[in-house]
Design a protein around this ligand. Sequence first.
Ligand SMILES: Cc1ncc(COP(=O)(O)O)c(C=O)c1O
Length: 402
Amino acid sequence: MMKTQQLIDLEKEYLAPNYKPLDVVLERGEGAWVYDVEGNKYLDFLSAYSALNQGYVHPRVLKTFVKQAKKCTLTSRAFRNDQLPHFAKELCELTGYEMMLPMNSGAEAVETALKSARLWGEKVKGVPKDRSHIIACRHNFHGRTIAIISFSTDEEYREGFGPFSPGFTVIPYDNANALERAITPDTVAFIVEPIQGEAGIVIPKAGYLKKVREICDRRNVLFIADEIQSGLGRTGRLFASDWEGVRADLVCLGKALSAGFYPVSAVVGSKAILSLYKPGQHGSTFGGNPLACAVAREALAVIREEKLVERSAKLGDYMAEKLAELKSPLVKEIRGRGLWFGIELKPEAGGARKYCEALMAEGLLCKETHIHTIRLAPPLVIEKKDINWALKKIFKVLRPKQ
Ligand SMILES: Cc1ncc(COP(=O)(O)O)c(C=O)c1O
């Protein structure tokens, strides 16, 4: 068996270096726990950026995955399959939306929402051809395609990839007045993360999303919520937007939609928007394939039946209470909703990376987001005793020796 360093050396030789992972090589996982190739055991506090809300290799999803893989994995949308209609119905019923459009990655779901908004703009709102305008927020993260990085404000994501797509404006996050001012007669949509994940679990002020909803209604602009990381239970509600009782016109979903088994994403929305598509206008060879749909159906059933949303709320409250006791001179602020926390360190702490490495050495896997924030996002199936174990490690690493 190849051990850690040999595998890292192979990566260095053959893999484009577009990531800087921690030097742990994982081999297998179960629930919230993972094992590396040396047999070391770790508690996962990242959940593949919330794609593993149901934990590693959930037995129910595994069973469905294997059963469906033996029957039929891909039909393409040239033909129909027996899983997609059920997935569409079950996702709409769970989320309370009328229609869905299936894709694979999160970025594709975002692209789908942007295209849907432009289509609606031209066909319904009456925006002249090629004039559609979409507003996004500073420090957003919606994916990595050229259209999406066209409205990123992170130079790291953009440097070297221009020219960019026109038709986007960026405004400050958590600023409803800026939205009001940025809307033009050609504005078709505002896209926003209800909580900014990659930016460091940045939670807007109470009332922001409600105000966004009111402005979008009054100015005839679609409200697109990117719930790819925040949705499906992570924040202790099905959607992070539920914290304000707000419903977006289009919601982008991905990650936990497939319990980490397979890339599955989707956009849900009203018929008034999603029924505007004509055959051929949008699609994907793998989008809506029977394996993806069977897996996603089971992943949603696990969220529902194991009450993962309630679990996230309850264990999240517990963790928030405990984290409040972390009096560390290194910590600037701790933010959180449900089982999703950002521990922002002070600049003098010298960056979050070295603390993530120290936590790894203690058996806890977390990842820095941007420079100064440690993100905590355990699988929602995690046990309370494991949370207590993790808290001990976090306290040990972030509380300097007295
Ligand atoms: C809010 C949000 N949108 C979109 C994406 C992109 O998803 P994917 O990496 O599956 O393309 C992510 C991924 O982290 C995300 O957090």
